[in-house]
Design a protein around this ligand. Structure first.
Ligand code: GDP
Length: 288
């Protein structure tokens, strides 16, 4: 699957990040709770190795709570790592966030040595929304389309707690094939950079395996047992009236419907990967 990305921007971001990291005590990486593995940036992982790390599993309102719990546990087992689930509905996220960072860097804090925390995440993960909510004013631009450029900033969340925004765009690096599909399904990848039919078909295949009841219920298409993913896709198209002439289903339109529904949480609270699956996919990608 072709996903475009821009090595030039990436190199610039890498350089700026490496300069900035020198005086950082804790690195917050925002992940999409529906796809924590795929929405992580391997470059961030490599560059911040050894730094205390807080994983924020954001958009948890859209994710399967049981699977989010598995991921939180997965990250908390790593030394020097804490993880919290979050979504834009949380009214005052600062307290939980500050407390987790203080636990990670107990030696810092106080007016002498303010805690410096870097926040990063791939586009569209909800970073601007969170920063806006933390500061209580609109300083970071938010939008539905990934890739809106934002200025850099330092935000004082408490007298001795400084949040530093990451410079530039940090795109995900797609090493795991399923990760590419999951990023595309989540809306993290620009619409022109992917084949929506292929992405929707992969999504249906995963949902048939893990969430057959929700899928059947949402589209009123009955049992998933014994059906192929493309049959289910056609059934959804028919049900939703996405038709071409001659009784044929408009597959492109059906794919759009499915992806729009998924992104808006209309099919239910669904996660696209579990820690144990991710480990297997990653291993297969490394060995390929
Ligand atoms: P950024 O590119 O990481 O800065 O992402 P934005 O803050 O611009 O958010 C991208 C999109 O996700 C916007 O449409 C937000 O309204 C939406 N969004 C952000 N946080 C959440 C959340 O917790 N839950 C849901 N459902 N949507 C969110």
């Amino acid at each position: 699957m072709a996903i475009q990305w821009f090595p030039g921007h990436m190199n610039k971001a890498r350089k700026e990040l490496s300069t900035r990291l020198k005086d950082i005590d804790v690195v917050i990486e925002m992940l999409d709770a529906r796809l924590p593995g795929s929405s992580a940036n391997p470059m961030i992982a490599a560059m911040t190795r050894g730094k205390p790390s807080l994983k924020i599993l954001n958009k948890q309102d859209l994710a399967d709570p049981a699977v989010t719990a598995l991921w939180l546990d997965h990250y908390e087992r790593r030394p020097g790592t804490r993880a919290i689930g979050l979504d834009a509905g949380e009214r005052a996220p600062a307290q939980r966030l500050i407390a987790a960072c203080r636990e990670l860097a107990p030696g810092r804090g106080g007016l002498e040595k303010p805690l410096r925390v870097l926040i990063c995440g791939i586009p569209n993960v909800g970073k601007s929304t969170l920063i806006n909510s933390l500061t209580g004013r609109r300083i970071a631009k938010t939008g539905n389309e990934p890739g809106i450029t934002k200025g850099q900033q330092r935000i004082l969340l408490a007298d001795d707690f400084e949040l530093v925004d990451t410079p530039g765009m940090l795109w995900p690096k797609i090493i795991v094939e399923q990760g590419g599909y999951n990023l595309a399904a989540s809306g993290a990848v620009g619409r022109n950079a992917m084949d929506e039919e292929e992405v929707a078909l992969e999504l249906i295949a995963y949902l048939m395996r893990h969430y057959p009841d929700q899928l059947g219920e949402r589209y009123k298409i009955g049992e998933m047992n014994g059906r192929q993913d493309y049959e289910v896709m056609e059934a959804i198209g028919r049900r939703r009236g996405a038709m071409l002439g001659g009784g044929r289903v408009n597959i492109q339109k059906t794919a759009e419907i499915i992806l729009t529904d998924f992104r808006a949480g209309q099919v239910g609270r669904l996660s696209l990967e579990r820690p144990e699956e991710w480990v297997v996919w990653e291993k297969a990608a490394r060995e390929a």
